[in-house]
Design a binder for this molecule. Sequence first.
Ligand code: FAD
Ligand code: NA7
Length: 556
Amino acid sequence: MSETDAHTERDGATDVDAVVVGAGFSGLYMLHRLREQGFDVRVFEKGDDVGGTWYWNRYPGARCDSESHIYCYSFDEEIRQEWEWSERYPEQPEILSYLQFVADRLDLRRDIAFETEVTGATYDADAATWAVETADGERVTARFFIGAMGCLSEPFRPDFDGLDDFEGDWYHTARWPDEGVDLADEHVGVVGTGSTGIQFISETGGEADHLTVFQRTPNYAVPARNRPLEDDEYEEIRANYDEIWERARDSRLGMPFEHDHYSAASLSEEEIRETLEDRWQQGGFRFLHAFEPGHVLTNAEVNAVISEFIREKLRAKVDDPETAEKLVPTDHPYGAKRPPMDYNDYYRTYNRDDVSLVDVSDDGEPIERVTADGIRTTAGEYELDVLVYATGFDAMTGALLAIDIEGRDGLTLAEKWDAGPRTYLGLMTRGFPNLFTITGPQSPSVLTNMPLSIEQHVEWIADCIAYMDEHGHDAIEPTEAAETQWVTNTNMLADNMLFSEADSWYRGDNIPGKTSVFTPFPGGLDMYRDICDRVAGDDYDGFEFDQVADAPLAGQ
Ligand code: FAD
Ligand code: NA7
């Protein structure tokens, strides 16, 4: 008997209390939390193990830009004391091991169906339940349907003509084979110079016979300054963990770093540059914390000084002035696109004879097609044995909308969000009762250190479900007014920042045909948490509850 059959036998009304999609940071904690509250939970995961992002992204150089001691769960004292990170920034295999360790420790795997893709979910308003369908035809009913499918989990590959003709091998970084790819002696081409491309290029430059980088937009990569974590340093982190988490929770980005000055507006350019120089040496997201990060992204003059400071640093690393100019971003302000980190002297990679840069922007030589032998641009053909797509994701909504979700009155989520996502708090959307989204659109998600945002969402959802049971509510959804106000507020905050000065995946601009709308909540994790707490404390202000005759008994 499968585990799902066992669930079905145990409970006549619905198969389980909650279906959760995804077994990354979000799904694992959601499962644990609801199980602790006595709920019967079923998790479906496409991959054959836990890990999410860190299961799929196995490309050379894959690493997390959040510092390791805060890129983990804070909720379990034993786990956080027991696990020890080896470096300041964790590599993909180490994060994957961490999530496997958590799954083992909390005995999570027994409620996860691996290699099972959720393809559809339909709401039954009479019973206030969801019927969830998987690719292999399984159908499971549940009171709650919880999306933990990740906001950077649906890979995007541009549809270049001719890929079928290509006689070499091609890979997307987010689906890199576990056994690795031998790049030695090969002519390798990589499309994309976002965070992933930059990690991949600096890790593999010198490994291949020749590496050709096809760059559409240059980026501001700040040195990460990675290093092993010394024992005494780790002891200090452990000893102060409570305070570190407290500071991280109370910050805009979910990171416990102090800024030197709230605002740079009252400082001279000289003082700003001194501060930046110090932060440049500290590296990573601590550079962004030289000033209050929100301020960096609202004050165009200050941002211009910071952007120019970075440009000068980058130019100085590249021997050939023409290549340097191609690598230095001038089209967008620092931070308007996701700022990447430089782990391996990325810019100096271009000083090698076996690495070359092709500008495929509209002002350069755009890619025309893939051919049998490589890539053809408007200026010529580049011969390749291996083609690597480091072309990112259909971010924020891609994985959610890949599921055919039908809410009340036959409305599909794809229809409702055709002109951009509409949510209340990024947690729920009207017309889809009892559907919660972890790190959903219009929540802080990708603008923060995500494990902390995930914990906040999971705990809020679990508390909300407990509240519903206490009060005998079967269904919950936002009111029209609350949702409209939340969308308007999010847009207003974003409009007052510099995000509109870049085409970015924050706005869906990387996906042909997708409506361009800024999607994460940009007000900061601290402000967001306060709002969510107030809403919950106010008997879920902005939500409406329903009682339904045919609903399964609460908590069964
Ligand atoms: P995911 O880890 O994406 O897990 C979602 C899971 O859902 C996946 O395993 C997927 O297979 C599964 N799934 C999706 N759809 C379905 C379906 N229909 N049926 C069944 N299963 C499904 N965040 C940071 O805070 N700091 C960083 O420095 C950072 N670096 C990153 C670097 C990379 C290369 C990437 C891709 C992301 C990075 N992130 C970073 C964001 C990262 O995604 C989050 O930190 C976190 O891992 C998200 O966890 P999650 O569980 O919400 O989603
Ligand atoms: P990104 O940041 O979306 O980067 C994708 C890159 O691919 C970026 O340089 C794109 O250029 C480029 N791209 C995409 N489509 C094309 C086409 N058609 N032609 C040429 N170049 C193209 O994805 P990442 O994986 O690097 O990072 C995503 C996040 O996940 C980030 O937070 C990581 O930490 C994890 P563009 O800038 O759009 O001009």
